[in-house]
Write a protein that binds this ligand. Structure first.
Ligand code: NDP
Length: 253
């Protein structure tokens, strides 16, 4: 129960879904640290639910000043950082994913900014505050491997995350910082409410259950458990690679 005892973690987007699941799994293993998000209300209730050891710092991961503030404030409170989980991402507010002819340049840019550019700069801005030997976990997606209609830009951004982890792990080798991608399959989180009309929600979730070989959607805790492994010394020899936690989804055509 203490694989991460006294380790300091930053989890972007820790106020919802997968990010919260990761924060809860880290807390259960003895970690402390910061969760982030833009929504102050959900941030406050997530911090309350985690109990002692975690603080919330408001920030937009597409804003460089906000990223710097997150790492500076975390270090002031806890000291240097051992684990960074780059999780914030997914659906861009006000820009539902779209069929190919409906994708505007702004839509394209906003998806790339949120799901790829922000990941790179979250890592870059964290570097002065990370301990040597730190673990960085980039949250990818099974969508990088298995096309989903209307989600091409998102999927391409997530595919690039895998490449980012490979490159960064070499770039950061001199500091023994490991960078890996953790790619979830279909996980039951509020993300579905952002893209699927309410009346179709249950049907869409059922389709994912039927499509996933293990016969269920994943839970945020499933991703949390895999993230604990990647954050801990148990994965010390795992560098620049991708772990899929998808219930077998990407094994089927
Ligand atoms: P949620 O919508 O529940 O969570 C998204 C999180 O990202 C929230 O905490 C949100 O906080 C934060 N966020 C979004 N935009 C910004 C921004 N501009 N700045 C800062 N924070 C932001 O979705 P999930 O938990 O499902 O998704 C988490 C990650 O997992 C995403 O990267 C997603 O792509 C990935 N993923 C999810 C899958 C799934 O099936 N659920 C499958 C594969 C990958 P706030 O709104 O307060 O800013």
């Amino acid at each position: 129960m203490s694989k991460l005892k006294n380790k300091v973690a930053v989890i972007t987007g820790g106020n919802s879904g997968i990010g919260f699941g990761i924060a809860a799994a880290f807390r259960n293993e003895g970690a402390v640290g910061t969760i982030t998000g833009r929504n102050e209300a959900t941030l406050a209730s997530a911090v309350d639910a985690l109990g002692t050891g975690f603080i919330g710092i408001k920030g937009d991961v597409t804003a460089m000043n906000d990223l710097e503030n997150i790492f500076q404030k975390t270090t002031e409170k806890f000291g240097n950082i051992d684990t960074l989980v780059v999780n914030a991402g997914g659906v861009v507010d006000g820009f539902p994913m779209a069929a190919v002819n409906d994708v505007t340049e702004e839509n394209y840019d906003r998806y790339m900014d949120l799901n790829l550019k922000s990941a790179y700069f979250t890592v870059q801005k964290s570097l002065p505050y990370l301990n040597d030997g730190a673990s960085i976990i980039l949250i990818g997606s099974s969508a990088a491997h298995r096309a989903i209609p209307g989600m091409t830009i998102y999927s391409a951004a997530k595919a690039a995350i895998i490449s980012l982890a490979k490159g960064l792990s070499l770039d950061l080798l001199s500091r023994k910082i490991r960078v890996n991608t953790l790619s979830p399959g279909s996980i039951d989180t509020p993300i579905f409410e952002k893209v699927v009309p309410q009346e179709l929600l249950e049907q869409v979730k059922q389709t994912w259950i039927d499509t996933t070989p293990v016969g269920r959607q994943g839970l945020p805790a499933d991703i949390g458990n895999a993230a604990v492994f990647l954050a801990s010394d148990d994965s010390a020899f795992i560098v620049g690679t991708e772990i899929l936690s998808d219930g077998g989804l990407t094994n089927i055509s």
